[in-house]
Design a protein around this ligand. Structure first.
Ligand SMILES: [Zn+2]
Length: 301
């Protein structure tokens, strides 16, 4: 499947899911084969990859030998709020080390919002599960040469601990996504700093899932029970469900990340909870069941 075919495939898949009294939309910015699995997952061996390539290809997670990742936001409509979780890569950003994201100029993201009847003014809260490049981008947009909040009425929720880490790193040497997509939000007075177990209303609960980044959080959704969960980057591929101890190359603390991943998957295994992954190929949303000493991700139909 060529990249253009992969995108067309994604467009046909579901982008709206209902869970209890919540509606969840996926806003897809990009979905293509990106990375060589053997470098993306440092512990993966050619033998294990060969054994698992068949089902990975069937799941759309491996195309032409490369891992397919979906870059997307989730918009959650509760009876009280419209909440955006993670904000992809964004337009007009200098990302020299990542040519596929450098100076992006695409209408896909705004078209995705509009397709669900959403305007940027409609978003009440923006949350970033962590502060990596593909989760903060649309926090800001370029206006008259300045980075301004894309969602003018939103409060932006960041983990205090995650922010402190990245702000300190950025002070040593500028980190593009922090400088152009996080600090302008803080300087505009739109940021609220919270703990990674913060609760918002009676439908949204953050839960700490550290490891991929210093204070990564996942998001639990539903009144009184976990109807749906948003994983962020505690997992990147269905291969890590099958092998929860398999870290990815950018993990801040791989051991802690694998512990967070196994605990989270165990918690939502065989519960029927809708697991909304950050980067799995479309439809990205499904349920988790047991598979040997790991877990099987079954996409929602
Ligand atoms: Zn990511």
């Amino acid at each position: 499947m060529r990249p253009s075919t992969a995108i067309a495939y994604a467009a046909r898949m579901g982008t709206t899911f209902n869970a209890g009294d919540l509606t969840i939309h996926r806003i897809i910015e990009q979905e293509i084969p990106f990375f060589d699995p053997l470098t993306f997952f440092p512990a993966l061996t050619p033998e294990v990859l060969a054994k698992n390539a068949g089902w990975m290809e069937q799941a759309g997670a491996l195309v032409d030998g490369k891992l397919v990742l979906c870059i997307q936001s989730y918009v959650v409509r509760t009876p009280h709020h419209v909440v955006m979780v993670d904000t992809c890569v964004g337009n007009d950003k200098d990302r020299l080390s990542r040519p596929f994201w450098h100076q992006q100029n695409t209408t896909a993201y705004m078209d995705g919002l509009a397709a669900h009847g959403l305007r940027v003014e409609d978003i009440d809260y923006v949350m970033c599960t962590h502060l990596h490049v593909d989760h903060v981008g649309w926090n800001t947009r370029l206006l008259d040469g300045r980075w301004v909040p894309t969602f003018p009425n939103a409060r932006y929720l960041f983990s205090q601990k995650e922010f402190d880490y990245w702000a300190a790193e950025n002070a040593k040497e500028e980190i593009g996504p922090i400088a152009d997509s996080v600090l302008p939000i803080v300087n505009a007075g739109r940021a609220d700093f919270v703990a990674s177990d913060h609760v918002l209303g009676d439908h949204i609960r953050l839960t700490p899932t550290p490891g991929h980044s210093p204070d990564h959080f996942a998001v639990l959704l539903g009144r009184g029970r976990d109807e749906a969960v948003l994983t962020g980057d505690l997992i990147h591929s269905p291969l890590q469900a099958r092998f929860p101890e398999m870290g990815m190359r950018a993990d801040y603390d791989p051991k802690q990340g694998s512990e967070s991943r196994r605990k989270f998957l165990e918690c939502h295994c065989d519960t029927g909870t809708l697991v909304c992954t950050g980067h799995f190929p479309s439809p990205s949303v499904g349920t988790v069941s047991r598979w040997g000493d790991g877990f099987r991700f079954t996409p929602a139909g």
